[in-house]
Design a protein around this ligand. Structure first.
Ligand SMILES: Nc1ncnc2c1ncn2[C@@H]1O[C@H](COP(=O)(O)OP(=O)(O)O)[C@@H](O)[C@H]1O
Ligand SMILES: [Mg+2]
Length: 289
């Protein structure tokens, strides 16, 4: 059995999950190779499974990335999941399935009413629907900046998303809920990334400061209901090798979904207490059938 982990050249040596997976594979005698998704010399059919990992450069090359994914005979997660998940407009479908999702205004134009405008200390986040690592994303306190940023994105043919800045992120960070092989595995706290007054900054360390976190019952429930909603959206045969559901805490204390990561999420294995073996078990199980 030979398994491939697909990454991208700029990230191959800095994705902290990869060395743990290789060490665990070596312990169990599993052949595991890290390969570049855009390397034309790779024979993808030669692997029993290709697992998408740190392909974090897909945001500027989405069609190329999805075309590649469609050529890989055995890919996790499946290409139709990647297509759906690489554009955050999917959040509308997750919300329509009954999951609490962060309130979002789409393609805001100058003068549109902004949720929360007029409230003291109101702040907003503007981001494009196709993005990762907080690129082209900023936090604003002046509606004029919100309008300008959103209109700039739309003018470049992108879909813009405007959300209220969730203040609890500054104190409690966000909570990433990791599922491996279809089951909840671990949670982490991610420190806030957007500074007030910073504007767009495409050089943030988007992994930021990560620490293990014990999830609350409410967080577990929202994450599980999100994971279940995906099966309702894709059909009962959906098999997700990995999933990450990022939650923030709304002002009323309830968890809401900020992002569903089914494409190339950092799995935060160094903070997982053995998640690499859980993932390799799930891989071996799927290949054996
Ligand atoms: N509405 C929001 N309130 C507070 N922080 C936010 C909000 N939206 C995004 N952020 C911050 O920006 C980061 C990146 O946004 P996110 O929606 O996770 O997109 P991506 O990770 O795909 O770039 C988040 O990790 C969080 O720190
Ligand atoms: Mg994120």
């Amino acid at each position: 059995m030979t398994i491939a982990l697909a990454t991208a050249l700029p990230f191959r040596d800095i994705d902290p999950d990869l060395p743990l997976l290789h060490a665990a594979a070596e312990r169990r005698g599993l052949a595991l190779e890290t390969v570049l998704w855009d390397d034309p010399a790779v024979d993808w059919a030669g692997f029993d499974l290709v697992v998408v990992r740190s392909c974090w450069d897909y945001t500027d090359r989405r069609e190329e990335f999805l075309d590649w994914a469609a050529t890989v005979p055995r890919l996790a997660n499946p290409v139709e999941v990647l297509r759906w998940n690489t554009d955050k407009t999917y959040l509308r479908e997750v919300a329509a399935a009954g999951v609490p999702v962060i309130a979002t205004q789409w393609d805001v134009r100058d003068g549109d009413p902004l949720a929360g405008d007029g409230e003291p200390d109101a702040e907003w986040v503007v981001k494009p629907s196709i993005s990762a690592g907080s690129r082209d994303t900023a936090r604003w306190s002046d509606p004029a900046d919100v309008y300008r940023h959103s209109e700039e994105l739309v003018a470049r043919g992108r879909t813009s998303m405007t959300q209220r800045y969730v203040p609890s992120v500054d104190s409690d960070g966000e909570t990433a809920m990791l599922f491996l092989g279809g089951h909840f595995s671990h949670a982490i706290r991610k420190a806030p990334l957007l500074e007030r007054g910073e504007g767009v900054n495409d050089h943030r360390d988007s992994r930021g400061d990560i620490t293990p976190r014990a999830p609350t019952a409410a967080q577990l429930e929202v994450a599980a209901s999100t994971h279940d909603a995906l099966r309702a959206l894709f059909g009962p045969d959906l098999d997700l090798l990995y999933a990450r559901i990022d939650l923030v805490t709304a002002p009323d204390g309830s968890p809401v979904v900020l992002e569903v990561e089914l494409t190339e999420p950092s799995l935060f294995l160094p903070q997982s207490g053995g998640g690499e073996d859980v993932l390799l078990d799930a891989i071996e199980q799927r290949v054996r059938g």
